[in-house]
Design a protein around this ligand. Structure first.
Ligand code: PGA
Length: 245
């Protein structure tokens, strides 16, 4: 049975109270259904402000979930007002999402910034979930595997990617938040192409995933899981996604 990653991206949603409720509802249903996650890795990416409390509640409830940050600073530490560094994230999460299309588009993130973020995430032992909407973003980001040597764009600085610490999420722009997912065949073809470039890196599909369509993606040979936005906001629907994956 292949290992599946099911990632919930809450984006800019939820308060502390909402988070407590989500985790408690998730826990109750999990217990009621005597659910087993088997070979599924469940990762929740709440906003930064919720990470600490979500961690606290999750360990009290002994939930079998990991946490991710939705972004990371391209700078190591110091005078960068408003930025959260990889070292700070590492205290609260094991994973970080980098290069989500909403950040590329709405916050003008370029490849150089994304590469700096990947380098720092790797340095501090955060598993990177790099989001791409097209193959050329893999080329642009000058990821060079299987040697797992990365060269950060213009600066030419090199850093090492650890195979086990790197995941790619293919998310076509038209599928994000639209209710119109990509076809599983197309998503699988992209996943295959990404793996060709980046050795055996796990590839997730993201974009309008629901409990009704998740299996169509996770049953494809090259897809190793899903990145879920809107449908992860409801713990019952998210559990169904995990169950059906
Ligand atoms: P969606 O978002 O599931 O709401 O389409 C996916 C994402 O942006 O990661």
């Amino acid at each position: 049975m292949k290992k599946l990653f099911i990632v919930a991206n809450w984006k800019s949603n939820k308060t502390i109270k909402d988070t407590e409720k989500w985790l408690h509802d998730f826990d109750e249903e999990l217990k009621r259904k005597q659910f087993s996650f088997e070979s599924k890795v469940i990762i929740i990416a709440p906003p930064f402000t919720l990470l600490e409390h979500a961690n606290y509640c999750s360990s009290n409830l002994k939930l079998p979930i990991k946490f991710a940050a939705q972004d990371v600073s391209p700078f190591e530490e110091g005078a960068y007002t408003g930025e959260i560094s990889a070292k700070q994230i590492k205290e609260l999460a094991d994973y970080v999402i980098v290069g989500h299309s909403e950040r590329r588009e709405r916050f003008s993130e370029d490849e150089e910034t994304i590469n700096k973020k990947i380098a720092l995430a790797q340095k501090y032992g955060l598993t990177t979930v790099l989001c791409v909407s097209e193959l050329k973003q893999i080329h642009n980001s000058t990821l060079r595997l299987p040697s797992m040597q990365l060269r950060t764009g213009r600066s030419g600085q090199e850093f090492i990617i650890h195979n086990s610490n790197f995941i790619v999420a293919y998310e076509p722009l038209s599928a994000i938040g639209s209710g119109h997912p990509d076809t599983p065949v197309n998503a699988d073809e992209m996943a295959r192409s990404i793996k060709k470039e980046l050795a055996e890196v796990p590839v997730l599909y993201g974009g309008s995933v629901t409990s009704g369509n998740v299996k169509n993606f996770t049953s494809m040979p090259y897809i190793d899981g899903v990145l879920v936005g809107g449908a992860s906001l409801d713990p019952h629907e998210f559990l169904k996604i995990i169950k059906n994956a």
